[in-house]
Design a binder for this molecule. Structure first.
Ligand code: PEP
Ligand code: MG
Length: 587
């Protein structure tokens, strides 16, 4: 039987099913006598303490096994348990409603989880899993339930479950878990993130997996394509084995890339940088062999919290990142809030079309002090390494001039305070809107570089919502309209002596990266995982061949034609270990 789901963590696996079913944490409502209130509160506090101790142990274990980068999820869980609102509300509930700790606690966590579930933003919605994970941990302490749910997992297996929180994914012994198959979740669920970090293949959102997969049944998991096959026959097993060997060879080949430069065969070098969402991710970026950070999405700093981050807090985080990169450039994108990244404390009102509303630089310009505070923090960090500054979603020259004025005011504040900073920080903009593309020559008079945000440029050029799964087959990076916009931008920038990068997802595809190289980009910024693959792609081609490919692509009339062209031309040039990993490929 074949099941389809979402490819959440790459890799393949073959083994017997181990069904991981949730222990039933039954919570009864019990009325507490007034003389027992203090004891009940004590019981709650000690459950929180034990959960905290457990989590700290897991966190430290993960930090040493996978690095600080992966451990930050547990910091978020620890923060949840330390949240003063949680402690106060539950203690107040026990005291005033005279109910048992587990009942009041579960009700509180249920409200928090429901809030996250209703959010539009997929990333934040998936944080609900973290809340459920924390809730179960504390309930287990309160109810005295054993947490060794997988105590009879004795042989390497494919773990099948309805859902798993990140700490559950982290706690299962690595050598006994061949892959995960989960009934719910998405690619950015923290469970999936930890699975990727531990190198465990995963397919999520597989309907009816628990109903159809029996314990011990052999299954094949394909974490590249999001496919699970039960009871594979001899042919399928032979194909699997050939594929496994191919993947091993790929991994070995990519490991040699780390210290190499992103340079074509005929000596044309570009900067290959990594994208960063959270400061802790800098460890992964550093290890990937990136030339720097080409996009630090600082807005995540503003999300998942109830108040604005102050200058000191931002400065400390930015400084940590810049110091860690040891002189390699770190490109700070100023807050790109609005759209799908909404912080309630900013008081953004409901908008019918948030992606066409108060977003990016538009929103930042309406809160000058908040914006200057961030710029001051970035400039102070610039004293400790090489910083670049970039404004998102610019759609007119006036916006850029206003942003630069606020930047100047922030610098004047720092001068008045006698703070150290680098006065030569390069300041650029993202090219994400068609208006920015067509005004690129004028914008280049005031911006020192451009970074093309293709994720948004595609959606605004093609008028297709990047988050709408019904349009995902049409949302096309290789559409000639997108490529012509990119080409126009690069020409305008180069004419003005400015450099241009691409930091959207399209830069992370090896074939597309070669096309971008041919279009003339000077820099690419991709996820850490993609850095070695893109480096390998650049190193396998000649610049001239990439340029010839780009001119032909610009003359195409459809995305399908460009796709065919790229496939025919680039596949032959790239090493076989960069071809998309597909089940049907010949060994
Ligand atoms: C982009 O739009 O391509 C980009 C890099 O910004 P974000 O994905 O954060 O909108
Ligand atoms: Mg964008």
């Amino acid at each position: 039987m074949r099941f389809e789901g979402i490819a959440a963590s790459p890799g393949i696996a073959l083994g017997p099913v181990y069904r991981l079913e949730r222990e039933h944490l039954a919570v009864r409502e019990v009325v507490i006598a007034s003389e027992d209130v203090v004891r009940e509160i004590e019981r709650f506090r000690s459950a929180l303490d034990s959960a905290r101790r457990d989590l700290t142990g897991i966190r430290d274990g993960i930090a040493s096994e996978l690095g600080e980068h992966e451990a930050h999820i547990y910091d978020a869980h620890l923060m949840m348990l330390d949240d003063p609102d949680l402690v106060q509300t539950v203690e107040k509930g026990i005291r005033e409603d005279r109910r048992n700790a587990e009942f009041v606690f579960r009700a509180y966590m249920g409200r928090v989880a429901a809030h996250f579930e209703n959010l539009e933003n997929e990333y934040l919605r998936e944080r609900r899993d973290d809340i459920v994970d924390c809730e179960r941990r504390v309930l287990r302490e309160l109810l005295g339930a054993a947490s060794g749910q997988a105590s009879d997992l004795r042989e390497p297996s494919i773990v099948v479950a309805h859902e798993l929180g990140p700490s559950e994914v982290a706690m299962l012994p690595r050598d006994l878990v061949l892959a995960f198959v989960l009934e719910v979740g998405g690619r950015t669920s923290h469970g999936a993130i930890v699975a990727r970090g531990r190198g465990i293949p995963a397919v999520v959102s597989v309907r009816d997996a628990l109903a159809k997969l029996e314990r011990g049944m052999p299954v094949m998991v394909d974490g590249f394509e999001g496919v699970v096959v039960s009871d594979p026959d001899a042919d399928a097993r032979a194909r699997y084995e050939a594929r496994r060997l191919r993947l091993e060879a790929r991994t070995r080949a990519l490991a040699t890339m780390q210290a190499e430069r992103a340079e074509t065969r005929d000596g044309h070098r570009i900067e290959l940088a990594a994208n960063l969402e959270l400061p802790e991710d800098v460890y992964g970026a550093e290890a990937s062999g990136a030339d720097g950070i080409g996009l630090f999405r600082t807005e995540f700093f503003y999300l998942n919290r109830t108040d604005l981050p102050n200058e000191e807090e931002q400065y400390a985080a930015y400084r940590m990142v810049i110091e860690r990169m040891q002189g390699r450039p770190v490109l700070f994108r100023t807050m790109d809030l609005g759209g799908d990244k909404v912080a309630s404390y900013l008081g953004v009102t409901h908008e019918t079309n948030p992606f066409l509303g108060m977003r990016g630089i538009r929103l930042a310009l309406t809160s000058p002090e908040m914006f200057r505070t961030q710029i001051r923090a970035i400039y102070r960090a610039s004293a400790h390494g090489k910083a670049r500054l970039m404004f998102p979603m610019v759609s007119s020259v006036d916006e850029l001039l206003r942003a630069l004025q606020l930047r100047d005011e922030a610098i004047a504040d720092l001068r008045a305070r006698g703070c150290a900073f680098d006065p030569n920080v390069e300041v650029g903009i993202m090219i994400e809107t068609p208006s920015a593309v067509w005004m690129a020559d004028a914008l280049a008079q005031h911006a020192q570089f451009f970074s093309i945000g293709s994720n948004d440029l595609i959606q605004y050029t093609l008028a297709m919502d990047r988050d709408n799964e019904r349009l995902s087959h049409l949302y096309e990076p290789l559409d000639p309209a997108v490529l012509r916009g990119i080409h126009h931008t690069i020409r305008a920038a180069h004419d003005a002596g400015r450099w241009v990068g691409v930091c959207g997802e399209m830069a992370g595809d090896p074939q597309t990266a070669v096309l971008l190289l041919g279009l003339g980009v000077d820099e690419l910024s991709v996820s850490c995982f993609d850095v070695p693959r893109i480096k390998a792609a650049i190193r396998s081609v000649r610049h001239e061949a990439a340029q010839a490919l780009a001119s032909e692509a610009l003359a195409c009339h459809s995305a399908a034609a460009v796709r065919r062209l790229v496939r025919d031309r680039v596949n032959a040039l790239l090493p076989s270990f960069l071809a998309p990993e597909r089940a049907g490929e010949a060994p």
